[in-house]
Design a protein around this ligand. Structure first.
Ligand code: GLN
Length: 258
């Protein structure tokens, strides 16, 4: 009897050890778990990527999406924070494997990187001071002062406006501060980020305009020679769209209705 109990205990210990160490289990699964994608974002773009005070993990739609994609691919996702205009150079230098940072797919960038399939539809809008009554749309920005984030599509569009003084800032929060302080007349930036800022962060003294300048799609960026990763990312993105996981993440950050 005692022997039976002893062999049962020993048997259980053996099995538990086997499960914990992966022996006798799925060796392939264990191997792929060691694979890592080095991801970078510019973590100043709520609700896509940001860091809340007191929290160590980066949060946002992009962050949830890339973690879900990593899980789907059986890759470990390591995220680092790099200024927006330093993201593509970091990718080209081989310091990271993938950018997810509310980055718009455009031809200029396509010369340097491979993009995933589009994963979010965005566009540029304007934010002005609450008491502003002359600026109603993009055509009213002629001869005005505009704040934008450096290296962004907002910065590119602002540069096209006639006689417009464009002030480039490292992060979008600095643009809003400059607007409130009266240093510029408007901020040009991505619509969902403007909306989130106005609703959740601090809408005091500023208001959005309805005029939408562009329609843009966000994509994840990879090195030109990394077609293999691009294919895996696209397949995982498609799977998450098909199985409803993408929608869950979308609803968490943007509500049920768009
Ligand atoms: N979507 C814009 C761009 O790609 C802004 C991105 C950002 O600031 N994170 O330029």
């Amino acid at each position: 009897m005692n022997k039976k109990i002893l062999s049962l205990i020993l048997g259980s210990i053996f099995m538990l050890t086997a499960v914990l160490t992966g022996c006798g289990g799925d060796n392939k699964a264990q191997k792929t778990e060691n694979k890592v994608i080095r991801v970078a974002c510019s973590a100043d773009f709520a609700p896509f990527e940001f860091q809340e005070e007191g929290k160590t993990e980066y949060q946002g739609f992009d962050m949830d999406l890339i973690r879900a994609i990593g899980k789907e691919m059986n890759y470990k996702v390591e995220i680092s924070n790099i200024g927006f205009d330093g993201l593509i150079p970091a990718l080209e230098a081989g310091n990271i494997d993938l950018i997810i940072s509310g980055m718009t797919i455009n031809d200029e960038r396509k010369n340097k990187v491979l993009f995933s399939d589009p994963y979010y539809e965005s566009g540029l809008t304007i934010v002005v001071r609450a008491n502003e009554d002359k600026i109603k749309g993009f055509t009213d920005l002629e001869g005005k002062k505009v704040a934008v984030q450096i290296g962004t599509t907002g910065s590119r569009e602002a540069a096209k406006i006639k006689d417009c003084e464009v002030k480039n800032f490292n992060v979008i929060s600095e643009c809003f501060m400059e607007l409130k302080a009266g240093g510029v007349d408007a901020v040009i930036n991505d619509r969902p980020v403007n909306d989130y800022y106005l609703k959740r962060t601090n809408s005091e003294g500023v208001k959005p305009l309805n005029d939408k300048l562009t329609s843009e799609n966000y994509g994840m960026a990879m090195r030109k020679d990394n077609k293999e990763l691009q294919e895996k990312i696209n397949a995982a993105l498609k799977k998450l769209k098909d199985n409803g996981e993408y929608q869950k993440i979308y609803d968490k950050w943007f509500g049920v209705s768009k």
